[in-house]
Unconditional design. Structure first.
Lengths: 196, 167
């Protein structure tokens, strides 16, 4: 009994150590496709310095990164590339969906733009904004650090629990793609989504 | 060379009934039949001094009021010496959406015609490599046609899902 207690205490301390090490050295993989990439670069520059949080080593090889920041709109031609880069990253890995376009498609509800990368990639933190200010991106990195602190383990057991797709649930009826959207004046049909 | 001179040369070469013109402010258009387009472009390039091809694009007049033909293909030309611009326009209808490629005249027509093919489905005979340029290769529809919905037919979300547990 006492042995089991000290055993799990030891493991908990190891978890805490692993979390501390990992959260303070999150090396980002800048998957910058569009305008949010500029803000990502600004966050890496000297005024808003992401290096304060250990994330200055923006390696462009996914094999050497543990945080993928998807900054910008992702089109359907890019989805297989995005998935391949995600799969090439070694464990443990996290994903930040930066900006409105990566989180939900943003203003681009068209035949090419994926309406949120969480339909195809597991995402940990979403950053709203178009583009989000560097301070917001830094806040998201800090939130991720807090998430790792609270839920991280040495061996990454918390990842195995997420086996469901994290795509947006159909909370509302999506309007048929061929149906015209009526201009405001008729608020029951003026949105893309009609509540069930 | 003003447009009067250009029209004079074209009239001599092709005959006055082979093309029509229209004008609005400084936008001058010459409308020819699809079979005459290559010859007209060749004449404009070599004899009238319109040596730069600015753009090739197309328009779908499917729901346009009072439209006679479905597709219009527009060539924008520039005379680099005088700064004059000219638009050559032809109208196409299904099922024969084929034009002679302008690639022998201007190498820049290569990608412009690929874009017109990708978006509207208009084929260019004599093009060295007519394949899709913007959409993925396996895409089957022509997106800028008016009967293609803005949000697509589900192609954008037709990919495998990766959950956190498996990778």
């Amino acid at each position: 009994m006492a042995l089991a207690l000290s055993d799990s205490l030891f493991l908990t301390q190891l978890d805490k150590l692993a979390n501390w090490v990992r959260k303070n050295s999150l090396w980002p993989m800048p998957f910058a496709t569009a305008c949010c990439g500029i803000e990502l670069m600004a966050t890496g520059a000297s005024r808003h310095d992401i290096a304060r949080f250990g994330a200055e080593a923006m390696r462009f090889s996914p094999r050497q990164c543990d945080l993928m920041i998807v900054a910008g709109r992702v089109v359907m031609k890019m989805v297989p590339v995005l998935q391949r880069i995600w799969l090439q990253m070694p464990e443990p890995k996290w994903c930040i969906s930066m900006g409105a376009c990566a989180s939900s498609g943003g203003v681009f509800d068209t035949y090419v733009t994926v309406q949120g990368i969480d339909r195809f990639i597991p995402v940990d933190i979403y950053v709203p904004g178009c583009p989000p200010r560097p301070e917001q991106l830094i806040q998201s990195v800090m939130d991720l650090q807090q998430k790792i602190d609270k839920t991280g383990t040495l061996t990454g057991k918390e990842f195995a629990r997420r086996d469901q797709s994290e795509r947006p649930l159909p909370l509302a009826v999506e309007v048929n793609p061929t149906e015209a959207v009526v201009a405001p004046g008729d608020f029951t049909t003026a949105t893309r989504l009609r509540l069930k | 060379m003003s447009h009067v001179a250009t029209l004079g040369i074209l009239r001599d070469r092709f005959g006055a009934d082979k093309f029509t013109t229209s004008e609005f402010r400084d936008n001058f258009r010459i409308i020819v039949a699809p079979t005459q387009v290559f010859a007209a472009l060749q004449c404009l390039k070599h004899d009238c001094g319109f040596d730069m091809l600015i753009d090739i694009t197309a328009a779908d007049y499917l729901y346009y009021p009072n439209a006679r033909d479905r597709f219009g293909v527009i060539y924008a030309l520039l005379n680099m010496n005088t700064g004059e611009r000219l638009y050559v326009k032809t109208f196409l209808n299904e099922p024969d959406l084929t034009l002679l490629s302008a690639f022998p005249l201007w190498k820049g027509a290569d990608w412009m015609e690929r874009e017109v093919f990708d978006m509207y489905g208009i084929l260019f005979e004599g093009h060295p490599d007519l394949r899709r340029i913007l959409m993925p290769e396996e895409f089957t529809a022509f997106p800028l046609r008016k009967d293609y919905p803005l949000r697509g037919r589900g192609e954008r979300h037709n990919f495998p899902v990766i959950t956190r547990a498996e990778g």
